[in-house]
Design a binder for this molecule. Structure first.
Ligand code: COS
Length: 382
């Protein structure tokens, strides 16, 4: 039987995240968005509270949370600011390949650096020449004695300017496609790393994003994650895990849009009564509520599937794709309910639309999610 009630521990986690989001993140969200400011003081507080590194096992000092628990937290954080949430969650993405494919010695050596002190990591897969076709990446890794030498460029890398460690996917031989892709941990201090400018983004402007170049960067073989050629599978398994919290993030944005629009509709008057009493507005709110509810349930289902040991490719792609499309629809309708005020930056809803847009693009565009969904369906038919 499906079970939708939360345990007392889950209610506690959700309430703690909500309190942090509303008291620390929300008051600074609009200003950080406007200035494109990276509010490190907030990220440090999130780390202190255990809201970062949610996927690091408890024995290595992390929160060791399952995906349902992670999603409860992420939805609350994103309700206040999706950009800040992207930065807070980027360690989970960057460190997941190590958690999935690293040796015990590597995990013990590396992960406590993130749980013992505030440190950021970045996931470096996407390249300027081809984002969606991850199997065709061009960054080269050459074996040279006890090292590998990396050359290439990655783009749209969250937290790259602030990170101390990069999970980098590179190919030993581009002619071999995904079969030659190998994953490495590369410290920021390695010689030959150059960062590009901090990108000036449409939304999620409290997170930082930049390109990163690797020129003759030596990486000791002990910092390779998994075997040679296992990198593509590791990247895909990582994304199966992390696309579900993107569904939660989109749900948080959508819930915020619905909350703002409902509150506004009860106060704003037209034709002699609150606009909430007009059926045109009620129909919009009802459609928005359906989207929010469906996004949350799909996200919880994907998280539950993976927590039960399932691969979750189908479910996480459905959750990420539906929830981010829903967040766009709901934020758009929230602006419509606010009318002209909704288009102004003095009100909170236009930011939600700009923030939601990224959820349709990153961690695999929604077109890629639909490819994954269709392939999984057709595989089940074969
Ligand atoms: N888990 C484990 N292995 C997986 C997998 C998964 N979820 N998905 C694919 N694989 C394996 C396949 O089984 C196949 O293995 P074999 O060679 O042993 O048969 C291999 O990986 C190649 O898979 P596939 O043929 O499906 O790869 P494609 O190149 O056709 O495409 C997509 C895969 C399009 C799904 C992939 O490139 C993708 O996800 N792209 C988007 C990248 C992305 O999300 N970027 C955002 C980065 S973070 S902002």
């Amino acid at each position: 039987m499906p079970e939708f009630s939360l345990t007392p521990e889950q209610v506690g986690l959700r309430d703690m995240a909500r309190k942090f989001a509303r008291s620390e993140m929300l008051p600074k969200a609009a200003a950080c968005d406007k200035a494109g400011r990276f509010p490190e003081e907030i990220y440090r507080k999130a780390w202190e509270l255990g809201l970062m590194n949610l996927n690091i096992p408890t024995e290595l000092g992390g929160s060791g949370l399952g995906l349902v628990d992670q999603c409860l937290i992420v939805e609350e954080l994103a309700h206040a600011c999706a950009g800040m949430t992207t930065t807070i969650m980027a360690n989970c993405l960057a460190l997941e390949p190590l958690i999935l494919g690293g040796t015990d010695a590597q995990k013990t050596r590396v992960l406590p650096r993130f749980t013992g002190e505030y440190n950021l990591a970045s996931f470096c897969l996407t390249e300027p020449g081809g984002g969606s076709d991850a199997g065709a990446l061009k960054t080269r890794a050459r074996r040279e004695g006890d090292d590998y030498v990396l050359d290439g460029e990655k783009c749209f890398i969250t937290n790259a300017p602030q990170a101390s460690l990069y999970s980098v996917f590179a190919t030993l031989d581009p002619a071999e496609g995904h079969k030659a892709i190998t994953a490495f941990m590369v410290p920021r201090s390695a010689k030959g790393i150059t960062l590009g400018k901090d990108e000036d983004k449409m939304g999620q402007r409290a997170s930082s994003t930049s390109t990163i170049r690797f020129e003759g960067v030596h990486v000791p073989a002990q910092d390779r994650i998994g075997a040679e050629g296992e990198g593509f599978g590791l990247a895909m398994r990582t994304l199966d895990q992390t696309r579900t919290p993107i569904g939660a993030m989109a749900t948080g944005i959508a819930q915020a849009a619905l909350d703002y629009a409902s509150a506004y509709a009860t106060q704003r008057r037209s034709f002699g009564k609150p606009i909430a009493e007009h059926q045109a507005i009620q129909i919009k709110l009802a459609n928005m509520a359906q989207d929010v509810h469906a996004a949350r349930l799909l996200t919880w289902h994907a998280a539950w599937t993976i927590d039960q040991g399932g691969r979750g490719s189908l479910e996480s792609s459905i959750a990420k794709c539906f929830a981010s499309d829903a967040a766009m629809r709901v934020a758009d309708e929230a602006i419509q309910i606010f009318g002209g005020y909704g288009y102004m930056k003095d009100y909170p809803v236009e930011k939600l639309l700009r923030d939601a847009k990224l959820a349709q693009i990153y961690e695999g565009s929604n077109e890629i999610q639909r490819i994954v969904i269709a392939r999984e369906l057709l595989r089940a038919q074969a």
